[in-house]
Write a protein that binds this ligand. Structure first.
Ligand SMILES: C[S@@+](CC[C@H](N)C(=O)[O-])C[C@H]1O[C@@H](n2cnc3c(N)ncnc32)[C@H](O)[C@@H]1O
Length: 212
């Protein structure tokens, strides 16, 4: 880890806006893409809206974005939109993101692997029950990666099935799998409980904390 990396992890932030500003300066971008902010703020809400609660959380980000991912427009130009912003933000607040993407992640400060997630064994190296959150937003779910969909002879349902099965293995008990902005899958032993909204999930968590 670089000296900058150690300093970043020691910083304490009052609010997400401060985190965004520092990451924007560090990576020389006018504004962090809205999608990354949404994902970051959802994780923040899940941990009780306290940035310090994200510290040391292990977040496995599937199709995390890379320094060579393309914006899927007609011109197929490389765009900063799909750089690994969520992992960078999480790293900045002292979480422990693990980013996986088929694209180039060289020189990123957070733990990262360039891997093809179509490979059934892609997550085999991750220990059982070691991860707090698996994020697959914009890679699977309602808006899957266009690059994934564009590949020949790809069955996204099979890929999703395998990655959900693998996520069940690597997540801690009560760890969460997130692939849509609304749905939350919570590990409960060998299966997931699926919540169709954030508030449904929070109601369930609160009822466990203070049963009537
Ligand atoms: C739409 S981008 C989303 C990036 C990031 N998750 C976000 O929300 O901004 C989809 C990402 O999936 C990656 N990807 C596509 N196919 C992949 C594969 N087979 N294995 C690993 N990553 C893949 C792309 O390189 C791209 O970075």
């Amino acid at each position: 880890m670089s000296i900058d990396g150690i300093l970043a992890q020691d910083k304490s932030y009052e609010n997400p806006g401060e985190v965004y500003r520092n990451v924007e300066i560090k990576y020389n971008i006018a504004e962090i893409p809205h999608r990354a902010k949404l994902q970051f703020e959802r994780l923040l809400r899940i941990v009780g809206n306290k940035l310090e609660n994200l510290r040391d959380k292990k977040v496995l980000d599937l199709g995390c974005g890379s320094n060579s991912s393309q914006l899927e427009t007609a011109q197929e130009e490389y765009e900063r939109h799909y750089e690994p912003w969520l992992c960078r933000l999480l790293y900045e607040v002292g979480a422990r993101p693990i980013g996986i993407d088929i694209g180039d992640l060289d020189n990123e400060e957070f733990e990262h692997y360039s891997k093809d997630l179509v490979d059934k064994a892609a997550l085999d190296f991750i220990d059982d029950g070691s991860i707090d959150f698996v994020n697959a937003l914009s890679f699977l779910g309602a808006t899957p990666s266009p690059a994934l969909l564009a590949r020949d002879s790809i069955n996204t349902e099979q890929i999703e099935e395998n990655l959900i099965k693998q996520s069940l293995r690597v997540l801690k008990d009560t760890g969460l799998y997130l692939e849509d902005i609304n749905k939350i899958y919570e590990r409960n032993g060998d299966a997931f409980i699926i919540f169709n909204s954030f508030s449904e999930y929070m109601r369930s968590v609160r009822s466990r904390e203070s049963p009537l």
